[in-house]
Design a protein around this ligand. Sequence first.
Ligand SMILES: CC(C)(COP(=O)(O)OP(=O)(O)OC[C@H]1O[C@@H](n2cnc3c(N)ncnc32)[C@H](O)[C@@H]1OP(=O)(O)O)[C@@H](O)C(=O)NCCC(=O)NCCS
Length: 324
Amino acid sequence: MAPFLITDQKSIKEAAELAILSIERLCKTLPFLPERRTEDLLCRIEWMVREGRVYGIEKAGRLEAFLGWFTLDDYRNLGRGALTPDWCSAVRDESQTTALIAPLVRRLLTDIVAEGLGVHAIGIPSSSSTLLEEFSLLGWGRIVADASHSAEELHTRLSALCESEAEKDSGTLVIRSAGVSDAEALCAIDTKLAQHIGQPPILMSGAHGSTIEEWRQWLSRNDQITLIAEIDGVLAGFIRADPPHLDVSYLVHGDDTLAICGLFVEPAFRGRKLGARLLDALVKAAIEASYSRISVDFETMNPEARVFWLTWFKPVSWSLERRF
Ligand SMILES: CC(C)(COP(=O)(O)OP(=O)(O)OC[C@H]1O[C@@H](n2cnc3c(N)ncnc32)[C@H](O)[C@@H]1OP(=O)(O)O)[C@@H](O)C(=O)NCCC(=O)NCCS
């Protein structure tokens, strides 16, 4: 089975239909996710055909699998890299995954290497376990997860926990909305978050926090939510969120999605459910602002964050990377 380069409308439509089948399987396991239609995927795959490359494999004139990629100018602060988003690969019959993916991956890596790129990342929906296993066996490793949950369900689970935690409080905990006058303090604590991301075991290259000016601009926006936790007047942690950006999985995008993009609790205050209480307060603010779904993306090599987020959220897609 030799892969071919998809350029024609018939194959693009078949690829969109395969992608939709994969997203429907995902939505069955995670019913709080937004619905997608074939037309939504059609224009995305058309974009990929124009801007990148999409390969397909056919049997008896029917598309059985496809895989696409494009070049990112700056992949995770490393320079140019190749990316396959989590809506741009699918296999019709999962029992045929190894046989179908092998030729597609050979073609993909041959072209990526010829382009002078040294890294490829792929997003895989969490319900596509066979595809995930295949890429793992082919040498890709997990680096990032996009996770999500319904705001109402999070609210029910978190408020039960947070009420019982509040009864144990000895000091005064205040969780409040941050204003522009908090920019300097937030910049300082955000630098600690960036240091955490730059250190082992995460080792994200070029990790840096936002400057005071960037925080001022952020806090002036009316589509963001930033909450600060203070214990006896001391800044103990923060959480922030806004509508999903391009680096957040398309599978969670929607007007009713709020995407968390920062959480930090000072080491001295960790393990006391402060993270959960910040999240609880954020979820309440999100519901008040009419969001029905919350999402987050995190580095899988950040163990504290991974355990924390997977306590509250369901994985939607995993991103894997291979360097060569
Ligand atoms: C993630 C973080 C915000 C959690 O804050 P917290 O106040 O300790 O959170 P909670 O007390 O509500 O929950 C902590 C949970 O994390 C887990 N955890 C904490 N430290 C851990 C560790 N060293 N290894 C594994 N799990 C750990 C525990 O399972 C704990 O849950 P449990 O109490 O049910 O056992 C905090 O560890 C932190 O600031 N980390 C550094 C910054 C960071 O990684 N931010 C996330 C960026 S995506």
